[in-house]
Design a binder for this molecule. Structure first.
Ligand SMILES: Cc1cc2nc3c(=O)[nH]c(=O)nc-3n(C[C@H](O)[C@H](O)[C@H](O)COP(=O)(O)OP(=O)(O)OC[C@H]3O[C@@H](n4cnc5c(N)ncnc54)[C@H](O)[C@@H]3O)c2cc1C
Length: 293
């Protein structure tokens, strides 16, 4: 099913992100995670697309399995990295044949923090990919947004214009990068609306489960951790259980505030784990599709 039919005012979507793991053990654990999360009735789940190698085919496989066997609508991430348009066309055909109807069209990043270079015969930016995906089959296409600005774009206004370019090309929703200060999200959303970007904007939330891990993530994606939160987490660095509890409490409060401000949807970066997400969603009782029905 295309997921655009689930976006509606005052009916925030709830979604979970997974990544294709590398080992058999981790696959087993991922399927258990999905089974644990399924009763929360997510509107959809998404599956990331790796930087290269065998996990890329696994994305297609996992999307098909979740869609057809587990029965949850799936949003397949797809990037421009290392692909010609023809190759991307073939991946889209495979997704379509597996019943997947939703694509998150992304540029992706160059390997090991290098400089972005377009693959010959491929795409330079996500707006071109959005356009291409829409030209193949009847996919619903979403794109990425960056409440604190994309790390490589030094000018926030220009970044928003590029975001508008993706929406003008047909992206029907924006899923944001993780952020920890809701003011960043709310300003970003206001600026989008001022610029005429009127599609749903889904907030990306990552519950902090491990302090050193989150520090690595924010370095990569350019998000900032508010100073009081960082101080608190650092003081708990030697007590993982307490740090996790603090992370869950922070994310739950963040979500409550976003719902109060009429967010279109909340997307949990689960890192293939279920306990924190379950705890937060239970606290919120977010009206997901089936929860509300
Ligand atoms: C929700 C979400 C999910 C993600 N999932 C994955 C994943 O599964 N796999 C993965 O590898 N990465 C993933 N990423 C990371 C993402 O690929 C990187 O952040 C990447 O650097 C930017 O992708 P984009 O689609 O926003 O690119 P773009 O929209 O192309 O933007 C990239 C940069 O180029 C600029 N730009 C955009 N359009 C133009 C234009 N027409 N002309 C000039 N400049 C332009 C932008 O301002 C920005 O600085 C995800 C990110 C988010 C937020």
């Amino acid at each position: 099913m295309r997921i655009d039919r689930f976006f509606a005012p005052n009916r925030p979507t709830i979604s979970f992100e997974f990544f294709p793991p590398k080992t058999d053990e981790a696959w087993k654990s991922l399927y258990q995670t999905i089974e644990h999360l399924k009763p929360l009735a997510p509107t959809y789940v998404s599956v990331t697309y790796g930087a290269g190698g065998s996990t890329r085919a696994k994305t297609v496989e996992l999307c098909g399995k979740i869609q057809q066997e587990i029965g949850i609508d799936t949003l397949a991430h797809l990037t421009c990295v290392g692909h010609t348009a023809d190759e991307i066309g073939q991946i889209l055909d495979q997704l379509w044949d597996k019943g997947v109807r939703n694509v998150l069209a992304l540029r992706g990043d160059p390997p090991a923090g290098g400089v972005w270079t377009k693959t010959p015969g491929g795409f330079d930016h996500a707006d071109e990919l959005v356009n291409f995906v829409r030209s193949k089959h009847d996919f619903f296409v979403a794109c990425a947004g960056f409440p604190e600005g994309h790390p490589q774009c030094l000018n926030l206004s220009r970044d928003l214009e590029h975001l508008k370019g993706k929406v003008d090309m047909g992206a029907g929703a924006i899923v944001t990068q993780l952020f920890f200060d809701n003011n960043d999200f709310l300003h970003f959303r206001d600026n989008c609306r001022r610029l005429g970007i009127n599609v749903p904007i889904v907030a990306g939330i990552m519950p902090i489960l491990n302090v050193s891990q989150i520090k690595r993530f924010v370095t990569m994606c350019g998000a900032k951790i508010p100073h009081p939160l960082l101080t608190k987490l650092e003081s708990l660095e030697h007590d993982p259980a307490a740090a996790e509890a603090a992370g869950i409490e922070y994310a739950a409060n963040q979500c409550r505030d976003l719902l109060f401000h009429g967010v279109d949807g909340i997307h949990f970066y689960t890192l293939n784990k279920h306990p924190a997400t379950i705890e937060i969603v239970k606290q919120l009782r977010v009206p997901g599709r089936n929860v509300a029905a």
